[in-house]
Design a protein around this ligand. Structure first.
Ligand SMILES: *Cc1c(COP(=O)(O)O)cnc(C)c1O
Length: 344
C-alpha cells in the first residue's frame, strides 16, 4: 500500500527522469569551480531571480546562515520575525556561528512584520546598542499558513532598509510557491532584495540543495563562508542536475500542489471536530485544528499513520499537512476519507 506522506514537501523523491538527469550530469570539482553542471545551475538561477550571481549550498539552513554571516559582522543585529524559520528552526546558528544578535518582531498571521515595528526596532547610533545591519523576511511563510508575501510589501520593507542603509534578505525556501500563487515571476518578488535563498529540496522535489542569489560581490563572500562552514562540495553537479531539472520541469507543476491543498482544506472543513480556515490556504501548506475532544492530536496522527496517511501534529490541537509532487488528487480524497473515519 502506498503511504501518503503529507508531513512536509521535503519527503519528495526524485522522479525517474530527474534521476536520469543526475546520472547524465557532466561533473568536475566545484571547489575548483570546475563543475559545469553546478556552474550552469548557478547561471540559470541568477538569471531567473534577476541577480548577478548565485551559489549552490547543501541546505536551506546553510543558505540563510551564509547570507546572514555575509551581511552581519559579529555583534551586529538582524531583524527577523518571531515565527521565522531562521529564528525557530536553525539551531540558533546566526548567534552560535556568527555572533549575530537576533532582534525578533511579531510575525502577523500573513507572515508579514508590521512596517512600524520594523521602523521602531532599527537602532540609533549609541554606545549601548548593537548596530542593526539586516532585515530578513520569509516567503512563503512556513509557520504563517504558507502565506506568500506580495511584491508591494517587500518593496515597502526594502524602502525602510535603504533609508537606514540596512541589507534585506529573503528566506525563499518556498519562493516558487509564492510566485505561482500570485501569478508572478520569482524575479518580481526579489527586485528590491539584496539576497535570496531558495530550496531545491522542497516543492521542487530535488533530493538535496539550496541556492543563494545576490550581487557578484555578495556571492564571492558567500563562497568563502560556505567553504569555512564545510559546505564546499566536489562533484556537486549530480545535485545541481536535479535542481536544473526541477527549475525546468517541476516548477510548472506547482499549481497542482496548491489546488490539492485547497481541495484538502475544503474537505477538512466538512469533517466533524476539525476546523480549518480555508481562506488562509494560498499555497501548499494546510494548518488545521482539533476541536475540544477527548482524542489528542498525537492519537489522531498515530491512527492516521496506521491507515497509510502521515502528517504532523504541530501542537496539542494543531496539525499541518503539506502537498507536494509526490501526492496526487486521489491521495487527497483518500486522506479525507481516512480523517473522516477517524473523527466519526
Ligand atoms: C525548510 C526551510 C528552511 C531550511 O531548509 P533545510 O534545507 O531543511 O535546511 C529554511 N527556511 C524555511 C522557510 C524552510 O521551510
Amino acid at each position: 500500500m502506498k503511504k501518503i506522506d503529507l508531513r512536509s514537501d521535503t519527503v519528495t523523491l526524485p522522479s525517474p527522469t530527474m534521476r536520469e538527469a543526475m546520472l547524465r550530469a557532466e561533473l568536475g570539482d566545484d571547489v575548483f569551480g570546475d563543475d559545469p553542471t553546478v556552474n550552469q545551475l548557478q547561471t540559470v538561477a541568477a538569471e531567473r531571480f534577476g541577480k548577478e550571481a548565485a551559489l549552490l549550498v547543501p541546505s536551506g539552513t546553510m543558505a540563510n546562515l551564509v547570507s546572514v554571516l555575509v551581511h552581519c559582522p559579529r555583534g551586529t543585529e538582524a531583524i527577523l520575525g518571531d515565527k521565522s524559520h531562521t529564528f525557530i528552526y536553525e539551531g540558533g546558528g546566526i548567534a552560535a556561528f556568527g555572533g549575530v544578535h537576533p532582534h525578533t518582531l511579531p510575525n502577523q498571521e500573513d507572515g508579514t512584520i508590521r512596517l512600524e515595528d520594523i521602523r521602531s526596532a532599527i537602532r540609533v547610533e549609541n554606545d549601548h546598542f548593537p548596530r542593526t545591519r539586516l532585515i530578513s523576511l520569509e516567503n512563503t511563510h512556513n509557520k504563517c499558513s504558507g502565506t506568500p508575501l506580495s511584491p508591494g510589501y517587500i518593496a515597502s520593507v526594502s524602502e525602510i532598509a535603504r533609508e537606514h542603509r540596512l541589507k534585506l534578505h529573503v528566506d525563499g525556501a518556498r519562493i516558487f510557491n509564492a510566485a505561482v500563487a500570485q501569478d508572478l515571476d520569482v524575479s518580481d518578488l526579489v527586485k528590491d532584495v539584496d539576497s535570496v535563498s531558495f530550496c531545491m529540496s522542497k516543492g521542487l522535489a530535488a533530493p538535496v540543495g539550496s541556492v543563494i542569489c545576490g550581487t557578484k560581490e555578495f556571492i564571492y563572500e558567500a563562497r568563502r563562508i560556505r567553504k569555512a562552514l564545510g559546505g564546499g562540495m566536489r562533484q556537486a553537479g549530480v545535485l545541481a542536475a536535479a535542481g536544473l531539472f526541477a527549475l525546468g520541469d517541476i516548477v510548472p507543476q506547482i499549481q497542482r500542489d496548491h489546488d490539492n491543498a485547497k481541495k484538502l482544506a475544503k474537505g477538512i472543513a466538512q469533517i466533524p471536530w476539525l476546523h480549518v480556515d480555508h481562506s488562509k490556504v494560498k499555497t501548499n501548506i494546510v494548518y488545521f485544528e482539533l476541536a475540544d475532544t477527548p482524542l489528542s492530536a498525537d492519537k489522531v496522527v498515530a491512527r492516521s499513520d496506521k491507515m497509510g496517511v502521515r502528517f504532523l501534529a504541530t501542537s496539542a490541537r494543531q496539525f499541518r499537512m503539506v502537498t507536494h509532487y509526490g501526492v496526487d488528487t486521489r491521495d487527497i480524497q483518500k486522506t479525507l476519507d481516512v480523517l473522516e473515519s477517524i473523527m466519526k
